[in-house]
Design a protein around this ligand. Structure first.
Ligand SMILES: Cc1cc2nc3c(=O)[nH]c(=O)nc-3n(C[C@H](O)[C@H](O)[C@H](O)COP(=O)(O)OP(=O)(O)OC[C@H]3O[C@@H](n4cnc5c(N)ncnc54)[C@H](O)[C@@H]3O)c2cc1C
Length: 814
């Protein structure tokens, strides 16, 4: 009798490092009835030829979490599963050619310290001490990460596979999945050896992931956003000086990353491994006459050293020893890229019980953490750390193949680039534009992309420097600063207008809609004719999302959420809304203007028949010029104001009439400043599943005494009794140069006591503001703390628990 399984709880498609890690973590959590299908031998995709570097460094908090976890896992894995493997924790140095780079390192070192890792900043001489063969004359300094290292990727995969098998999980090699279909509430995964019926399917197919995703289209799936790059490293012959140094030191040289020249250089035996991320890069399989082959198992591309000649020469001048050795081997293999370079880990958009763990650019470094995250997604429906940076739902329908190709090449060519706060990457732009786009450009709009939608970040005047180079700074000071100030002042003193295309909007109507919403959100619903904020929590009472809830009739609602939340929130509602309630995503049917400032009523009164005396948080159907609009009396900027929702075609006339009446265009940077002064939280910065509703200071949006049993209620009841460990606060920071970025450490008396969740300059209050979390006992007015911004600690003061601008909302209610 065949022992091929016909049922399983989970089927994972793909046996690279990531698929094996997912299987291992599921099995460790007790889900042993899981099967991994690998079309060839394990590791046949990208894993077998990976260089195996395992850094912890990242500019992203969540990616750093994942990579840190990997290093912790890999240290003991061999012993734990009784599969010894080559894992060398060699440490690494990163070289800085500029002070901007040193600031980046300071920031990552600060995040690392918060995560319990001792990452050190280095002087140029420290670098030389760590790496005696280094040329240092042109360096500004660097960073030493003691946790960095390299692992044999094939051994890692085999160890994870052995661990999973020993726990009872099943691995089927040389068994390609051929397709899937849905039978009742289950998946059937088809193979030549038989079908497997299962509850959950995971696409862990590496660079084949887009192909596998096609099978899910009949069940709500989409084209998976990815492309493939050809990536090379070369191995040098052995170098006697490295051999004698290693032997006398008793260890390998630390891995060297010259990030400003965009390559890494790692000791491999007694030679060196050089891996560049070249700007003159090459996408693979993007041309019609060069499609991805049906099978590329254990294959490589031909060497292409011309492309990386500059990097070879640069590395030879940095470590002249490299020039003494010939090249012994070149590896040129496929490496998948999502448009932002982060992997896809989490629920497959639109498809029930299907998950993704694919498109890993650094799947060896991230594989351990990714397996943990994926297993949590499947078993718990939630993850320990907020993982939005990797959530497949962060992309929506704008990611066509051209976009993926452009962005993938941009990310690869800038793999080690710094991500400055006022910099917008230029590739793949103009995917979604409002009917006002050309007008906004004409007015000087300097644009940014939000869920693919182009919005003005700020408005430049003649002579302002809008070059990309001008944004290469961590400082708030730049050509934009004076303009943002002017825009904020226009909103404060007169009237501003901002076009916000892509606001996610959903309608929900039908008998039972209000009952459904009451059980869906944590708080109360507005009365008819009014609107308020509602929040959705997860089982732990942590913040899943925030929506503006507009009640149109007893059983009819409009829900408005952040542009980037579109697919996330759509799925959240769809997962629990009863069939008899009509739910629709109407995001693209209308566009939005924010009209706000003390003169907004006067301006609107000249061009609208609306009843502008209606109170704050009301809404009405009206006309602006002769166009039908929906007006919401609300302002994220914290001034008297309205949102105008109208059909896309009508917007140019409405916008022009507002300009004619004297409204000043303002942009997203000004809006961010204005909302910080009001303490309004932004989604996936201040509002995330890292925090509970109470930690987030959202107590007034939680109605524990309502009869409905909403998700998270029991956890929140418990937290209410036990007390919250952290508490949301607004801080004023004495930060002259740069504002606190996300996840800057908050200190008190040399102890870490919290972290910022967003920061920026408040032009109405003339102060640097940070929103964040501190230990509850420190969340009181005037508590002095310090905020670490790019390595320096600045004095900060906790503010009273109310908005620092217009605390009683008098301007909003005016
Ligand atoms: C030259 C080079 C150097 C690299 N160096 C590093 C490094 O130093 N550090 C690092 O972290 N990353 C590195 N990477 C990236 C790393 O190789 C990948 O991120 C990682 O291997 C991805 O692992 P994976 O499991 O997601 O995908 P893969 O290893 O590609 O595994 C996917 C598997 O799915 C299987 N599969 C596909 N379709 C099916 C199907 N229908 N049925 C069954 N099985 C299927 C494939 O055969 C394959 O084995 C490097 C990449 C390259 C090209």
């Amino acid at each position: 009798m065949s022992n091929f399984p016909s049922t399983a709880r989970v089927v994972i498609i793909g046996g690279g490092a990531v698929g094996a890690s997912a299987l291992y973590h599921l099995a460790k959590a007790g889900w042993t009835d899981c099967v991994l299908l690998e079309k060839n031998e394990l590791t046949a995709g990208s894993t077998w030829h990976a260089a195996g570097n395992v850094p912890t460094f990242s500019a992203s908090w969540s990616i750093m979490n994942m990579q840190r976890y990997s290093t912790e896992l890999y240290r003991d894995l061999g012993k734990e599963v009784d599969y010894p493997m080559n894992y060398h924790v060699t440490g690494s140095i990163r070289l800085a050619h500029s002070m901007e780079r040193m600031w980046e390192f300071e920031r990552a070192a600060g995040m690392g310290r918060y995560q319990g890792m001792a990452i050190d900043m280095c002087s140029v001489n420290d670098l030389k001490n760590h790496y005696p063969f280094l040329e240092i004359h042109d360096l500004a300094g660097g960073l030493y990460d003691p946790n960095d290292g390299d692992i044999d990727p094939a051994q890692l995969t085999q160890a994870l596979a052995k661990g999973a098998r020993d726990l009872g999980a099943n691995i089927q090699r040389f068994t390609p999945a051929k397709g899937v279909y849905r039978r009742k509430d289950e998946w059937v995964v088809q193979t030549e050896k038989g079908d497997i019926t299962c509850e959950f399917v995971v696409n862990a197919a590496g660079y084949y992931a887009q192909r596998v995703a096609e099978w899910f289209k009949p069940y709500g799936g989409r084209t998976l956003p990815m492309m493939v790059m050809s990536h090379q490293y070369l191995l040098s012959e052995e170098i006697p000086e490295i051999e004698s140094w290693s032997k006398s030191a008793g260890h390998k040289l630390p891995l060297l990353r010259d990030v400003d020249s965009s390559y890494y250089l790692r000791q491999e035996k007694y030679g060196l491994n050089l891996g560049p991320y070249e700007n003159t890069c090459k996408a693979a399989w993007i041309l019609e006459d060069d499609p991805m082959p049906e099978d590329f198992s254990f294959q490589l591309y031909p060497d292409d050293l011309d492309r990386i000649e500059w990097h070879i020469e640069d590395a030879m001048s940095r470590v002249p020893l490299l020039g003494k050795a010939g090249i012994s081997k070149v590896i040129n293999g496929p490496i998948p890229y999502a448009p932002d370079g982060n992997p896809l880990i989490g629920p497959m958009p639109g498809v029930p019980n299907a998950f993704e763990a694919c498109v890993f650019t650094f799947g060896i470094a991230q594989g351990g953490g990714a397996g943990k995250v994926l297993a949590e997604w499947i078993i718990e429906g939630q993850t320990e750390w907020d993982m939005w940076s990797c959530d497949p739902r962060r992309y929506t329908d704008y990611t066509d193949q051209d976009y993926c190709n452009q962005k993938g090449m941009e990310v690869y060519g800038n793999e080690y680039a710094m991500h400055f706060p006022y910099h917008e990457w230029p590739a793949g732009r103009d995917k979604k534009i409002s009917a006002l786009h050309s007008k906004i450009l004409e007015l000087g709009g300097v644009m940014g992309a939000y869920n693919g939608w182009e919005r003005a970040n700020w408005f430049a005047k003649a002579g302002d420097d809008t070059s990309l180079e001008s944004t290469h700074t961590w400082s708030r000071n730049g050509p934009w600063e004076q303009r943002i100030r002017e825009e904020c002042e226009a909103v404060r003193d007169a009237c501003g207008v901002l076009n916000l295309p892509g606001f996610s909007r959903f309608t929900l109507k039908g008998d039972g809609a209000s009952d459904f919403l009451r059980g869906f959100c944590t708080g109360a619903l507005p009365k008819i004719g009014r609107m308020n904020l509602i929040y959705v929590a997860d089982k732990r009472g942590r913040i899943l999302t925030e929506m503006s809830c507009i009640r149109l009739a007893e059983e009819s609602f409009m829900l408005i959420t952040a542009a980037t939340a579109q697919w996330h929130d759509k799925e959240l509602i769809e997962a629990s809304v009863p069939d008899n309630i009509h739910f629709e995503d109407v995001t693209t049917l209308q566009d939005t203007l924010i009209v706000t400032g003390p003169q907004s009523r006067e301006i609107l009164s000249k061009i609208s028949n609306a009843d502008l005396s209606l109170a704050w948080l009301t809404h009405q159907q009206a006309e602006v010029v002769d166009k039908s609009v929906y007006l919401l009396r609300v302002s994220f900027a914290g001034e008297l104001g309205w949102e105008i929702h109208a059909s896309n075609n009508d917007m140019p006339k409405i916008y022009q009439s507002l300009l004619d009446q004297g409204a000043t265009p303002f942009g997203m940077y000004a809006l961010n400043s204005l909302r910080l002064e009001k303490g309004y939280r932004a989604w996936k910065g201040d509002l995330s599943t890292d925090y509970s509703m109470f930690e987030g200071g959202l107590d007034r949006f939680v109605k524990l005494d309502k009869p409905q049993d909403f998700v998270g209620k029991s956890a929140l009841l418990n937290e209410r009794q036990q007390g919250s460990g952290k508490r949301f606060v607004t801080l004023i920071v004495d930060a002259p140069e740069a504002d606190a970025p996300y996840m800057s450490t908050i200190w008190k008396d040399d102890q870490i006591v919290g972290e910022t969740t967003s920061g920026g300059w408040g032009y109405r209050v003339n102060a640097s503001i940070a929103l964040g979390m501190v230990k509850s006992e420190l969340a009181f007015e005037n508590c002095p703390v310090q905020v670490e911004i790019y390595g320096k600690k600045y004095d900060a003061v906790v503010q009273k628990d109310e908005p620092i601008w217009d605390p009683r909302n008098e301007r909003l209610r005016a």
